[in-house]
Design a protein around this ligand. Structure first.
Ligand code: IPE
Ligand code: IPE
Ligand code: MG
Length: 239
């Protein structure tokens, strides 16, 4: 896909874009459909946006797909989401190399089914063979607080641990080795993080839109990029 460099947002693209994929349930309800139909539509939007960001040359795309708190939902809804994740991973196994997209799953995978864990192992193996292109991070059973506790435990039990600093701690996070998100987008008219990337968001720029995730589009992404390009990121410095 051609990128229009004259467009304001394209000059200053974020390296790392993160999205809280929210509003699937409301999207379905508006159409008289069951919630899982909203999740299926949301998965399709994720697919489309991954290809779009890959074409634009964004380096990292991190999406919140299932939180540590989402287990509170009905058994029916949770299993529908898990079935969609399985479908998504199977498709990724087929397409990642062809498309040059690495897929990583971030979160505590120990609570996922052995079948899903085996598929994640395969996508991990395929990812290590791909040397360039977009890294898509799918956050499943992910919670920012859980990630921090997990990291502290990993640091404490590391026989080669160094003094704990911001830089040494970063290596124990699920996002180890990746830059912090430059831009975090939350659709669906909610203005909260819901436990997403709470360590990494320290200097992220935020973009909120009322659009429900299944209706999110390339045009909406462009609007977020335009807003991002106009931001003055000072990181505590003074002019
Ligand atoms: C986001 O959509 C997907 C997940 C949290 C799994 P929701 O299911 O939260 O949709 P709303 O917020 O109820 O509309
Ligand atoms: C956040 O959305 C989690 C995901 C999008 C996966 P929620 O719908 O679970 O968040 P709350 O409950 O509205 O804060
Ligand atoms: Mg929601």
């Amino acid at each position: 896909m051609e990128t229009d460099t004259k467009k304001p947002g394209r000059q200053n693209l974020p390296r790392h874009v993160a999205i809280i994929m929210d509003g699937n349930g409301r999207w379905a309800k508006k159409r008289g459909l069951i919630r899982s139909a909203g999740h299926a539509a949301g998965a399709e939007t994720f697919r489309r946006m991954t290809y779009y960001l890959s074409d634009l040359g964004v380096e990292f795309f991190t999406v919140y797909a299932f939180s540590t708190e989402n287990w509170k939902r009905s058994e029916k809804e949770v299993s529908a989401i898990m079935a969609l994740l399985k479908k998504f991973l199977l498709e990724a196994i087929d397409l990642m190399e062809k498309k040059g997209i690495r897929l990583r799953v971030l979160g505590d995978t120990s609570r996922l089914s052995p079948e899903l864990r085996a598929l994640i192992k395969r996508t991990d193996e395929i990812s290590t063979r791909i040397k360039s292109g977009l890294v898509a991070n799918l956050c499943i059973n992910y919670g920012g607080r859980d990630e921090i506790i997990h990291a502290i435990k990993a640091w404490a039990s590391d026989p080669e641990k160094k003094e704990l600093t911001e830089a040494s701690f970063e290596k124990y996070l699920y996002t180890a080795g990746m830059p912090d998100p430059d831009l975090i987008i939350r659709p669906s008219g909610e203005y909260r993080l819901s436990n997403f990337l709470i360590w990494q968001c320290a200097y992220s720029e935020f973009y909120f839109t009322d659009t429900l995730w299944p209706d999110f589009s390339e045009a909406e992404m462009d609007k977020a990029f335009d807003a991002y390009a106009a931001r003055d990121r000072r990181f505590g410095n003074a002019k």
